[in-house]
Design a protein around this ligand. Structure first.
Ligand SMILES: [Zn+2]
Length: 390
């Protein structure tokens, strides 16, 4: 109604040109559109509510209250911005702005999964919360799910499907709700959507909208990329798992990750993996007094000692993270003749006799070992993630 009033006021400024009757006509047309949209949204809420009642029977709530709390805190920030009518761009789906009352539920399951129902009902599995290595990574998944709801992807898939005269989504939802062949039918919906390319469009649009939402809320969208990369790595090590969880409805791919990266670059936002995941970050820990061990993810690099080893380890950690965040090539790591290891011709580390003693090695051997370890990290970062896939 507020919108209709605002339009009427704008219209009345045009009185001199048109006259009272024209204004009223525009008003009535606009009002009808608004009412039609309201009915569509009511339908979303009705379908969502029914489906949520079904899923509430299927799942137990998480036994870990900390997981529910963590999701709710992050989700509340995102939902507030999503509802702020901030003028986000939609690549595919609903472009009109409206408010949604989001409800987030963490459910008791080890699977890495999350899904979104029409009307803002969002389910997150315990396994996914556990898999997230930072608030940014969890926010990335929540932002993506929020966008499926706010861009009304199910309704738009239904519209597309209606045009083509194939199976109707309400039928499928109904079968899910009554529990008949739920898995099979839900699978066929996903299958149909995939064959027709809508799911790809919906995924890209939820990623793009999710990145916009993260930026506006103050989260680092790099986390969407690292979450996909780590999921892909995880997938590689668990080929035999039957339930693919998030892979089934939100398959990660190199193309999706690259689209987010392109979007970030076009908005001058640096991609810094080390800021959002421990897997692609160099850390230093004191493993015995006065000696710090540097690791990239789980991969051991080398230890440092000597005078003020803590400050030295901190400086090296920062320098190496800056280097790895640029996703270097293996051949860009070289050694000098004064104990140095270079990255892109810039000094990464210079080993001395103190370091050699700490590592029970020689300066030359340390250079060789460290450059080998750094190359292997660069290799896994640059190539292993999407190798042979995507
Ligand atoms: Zn998705």
């Amino acid at each position: 109604m507020m919108l209709a009033t605002a339009l009427y006021m704008a219209g009345s400024l045009a009185l001199f040109a048109g006259g009272d009757q024209d204004v009223q006509k525009v008003d009535a047309k606009r009002l009808k559109e608004i009412q039609a949209f309201e009915r569509e949204l009511d339908e979303d809420r009705r379908i969502g509510k029914e489906a949520a009642e079904y899923y509430d029977q299927q799942f137990k709530p998480s036994k870990d209250p900390a997981n529910q709390k963590r999701v709710e805190e992050i989700a509340a920030k995102l939902a507030l911005v999503a509802n702020s009518q901030a003028g986000f761009k939609t690549l595919w789906g609903e472009k009109r702005q409206f408010m949604l009352e989001y409800k987030f539920k963490v459910v008791d399951s080890k699977d890495i999964n999350a899904f979104s129902l029409p009307g803002g009902y969002i389910y997150v599995y315990d396994g996914l919360v556990k898999f997230s290595q930072s608030d940014d990574e969890l926010a990335g998944v929540l932002a993506h799910e929020i966008c499926h709801a706010s861009q009304r992807h199910l309704a738009y898939m239904q519209k597309e499907q209606g045009k083509m005269g194939v199976i109707q989504i309400p039928l499928i939802l109904a079968s899910i709700l009554t529990g008949s062949n739920a898995g099979l039918m839900a699978g066929s919906l996903v299958g149909t959507a995939m064959t027709n390319g809508w799911s790809v469009k919906a995924e890209e649009s939820a990623d793009n909208g999710g990145a916009q939402l993260m930026i506006a809320t103050g989260y680092n969208p790099t986390a969407m990329i690292t979450f996909m990369e780590r999921l892909q790595m995880e997938q590689g090590t668990m080929e035999k798992v039957v339930d693919l969880g998030i892979f089934r409805t939100h398959p990660p791919s190199r193309k999706r990750a690259e689209s987010i990266e392109t979007y970030m670059k076009s908005n001058s936002i640096p991609v810094r993996r080390s800021a959002v995941t421990a897997s692609f970050r160099v850390t230093a820990t004191e493993f015995k007094p006065g000696t710090y061990l540097l690791k990239f993810g789980e991969r051991k690099l080398f230890a440092v000692g000597g005078d003020n080893p803590k400050a030295k380890a901190a400086e090296l950690t920062k320098r190496l993270n800056d280097f790895f965040d640029t996703v270097p090539e293996m051949y860009e790591i070289t050694i000098g003749d004064q104990g140095e290891v270079f990255g892109r011709s810039k000094l990464l580390v210079r080993f001395d006799e103190d370091d050699a003693e700490v590592n029970a090695s020689t300066v030359q051997k340390m250079q060789e070992d460290a450059s080998k370890a750094l190359r292997s990290c660069a290799f896994s970062l640059a190539y292993h993630i999407w190798e042979g896939r995507g």
